[in-house]
Design a protein around this ligand. Structure first.
Ligand SMILES: [Zn+2]
Ligand SMILES: [Zn+2]
Length: 336
């Protein structure tokens, strides 16, 4: 069967539909027929080459849900027809210290799905068997996509650093942030949502936030001084970092998952005296993705989505770039 994909021929160009030749399937590779694919802000960053590491022609899309259509002879633990997802990464070396300790996402040779590899805005996507994650039966293809990149990106720091008794802040209520609020609330945390958009206050509460604060309202931010155990930053804009770090309780942590391109200034004393820390993380390991999918299906944590047919992909990219998407865009494969 021939494959097709929406191809970015160069930076900042509209995507064009083209036949693609995937070549022979690798021994440890899995081929997945794409049913849905979420549209993540990182797709837009690679399309614009904001990080300087894009390779064209590029096939973007890294929140894939679909069924397995073919397995390489050495692919393990999966079967043809199985419901699976593929996220930000689609391969790693499988023998380095990180891979051998279950932290495959930190492998020096980790293969991002859309950098030098063909992603999911296509009829088919390929991934290493270890990075092809089975979907729990309660999760539909349409709902699962955004969990595979955005979902695990915000779930992993909660699983690593938060306790249900903690007070957690989430900065930025967008594609990532709204899922962070839902996960933290389902986990039992007291959740404070920070958004610059007053129109999102009501929805942030519906997602599970106990309090909602405007990050432009310095007085309200300062009233939270010393109160948050974990502050998860999903925004990619400049903030009043000093005030934000000031909201952390003793031993509190500012954790960054939004790709803020400008440096974050941190005063040593604001960390030292309260024993605070600043950290970051990318996506998550295959085991973390599986754990997140299990938690999401058990607690009904689902992204709030807008659907577009994949044939309207350029319109969907414009919608994402406008910042108006509420809250995650999912593309429904409609190839013929
Ligand atoms: Zn992503
Ligand atoms: Zn490795």
């Amino acid at each position: 069967m021939s494959s097709q994909a929406w191809v970015a021929k160069a930076a900042k160009q509209p995507l064009v539909l083209e036949p693609i030749e995937l070549g022979p399937l690798g021994a440890e590779e899995v081929e997945v027929a794409v049913d849905h694919c979420g549209l993540c802000h990182s797709d837009l960053s690679v399309l614009k080459d904001e990080w300087g590491n894009a390779q064209y022609p590029a096939v973007l899309g890294h929140e894939v849900s679909g069924r397995i259509t073919a397995l390489g002879p050495s692919a393990k633990g999966l079967s043809v027809g199985q419901r699976v997802g593929v996220g930000w990464d689609s391969g790693s070396c499988m023998h380095c210290r990180q891979c051998m300790s279950g932290q495959h996402h930190l492998c020096p040779q980790v293969q991002p799905t859309i950098l030098g590899h063909r992603g999911g805005f296509a009829t088919h996507v390929r991934a290493h068997w270890a990075w092809t994650i089975p979907l729990p039966s309660q999760l539909t293809f349409a709902e699962a996509g955004p969990l595979l990149c955005g979902g695990v990106t915000v779930f992993a720091p909660l699983a690593l650093y938060a306790r249900p008794t903690d007070r957690v802040g989430v900065i930025g209520i967008g594609g990532l942030g709204h899922m962070a609020v839902k996960f933290a609330a389902a986990y039992g945390c007291h959740v404070t949502a920070f958004t610059s958009s007053e129109s999102k206050f009501g929805e942030a509460r519906e997602f599970g936030a106990n309090d909602v604060v405007s990050n432009r309202d310095s007085a309200s931010v300062r009233r939270l001084a010393g109160s948050l155990d974990l502050l998860l930053c999903t925004a990619n804009a400049k903030l009043d970092w000093d005030a934000m770090i000031g909201t952390l309780a003793p031993n509190g942590r500012l954790h960054v998952v939004g790709a803020v391109l400008e440096p974050i200034p941190v005063a040593a004393f604001s960390l030292i005296l309260q024993q605070r820390s600043v950290s970051g993380s990318p996506s998550g390991s295959p085991a973390m993705i599986a754990k997140m999918l299990d938690f999401a299906s058990r607690h009904g944590v689902l992204p709030q989505t807008e659907h577009y047919p994949m044939s309207a992909i350029n319109e969907a990219l414009d919608r994402l770039a406008s910042g108006k998407a509420r809250y995650r865009i999912v593309l429904d494969a409609d190839f013929r």
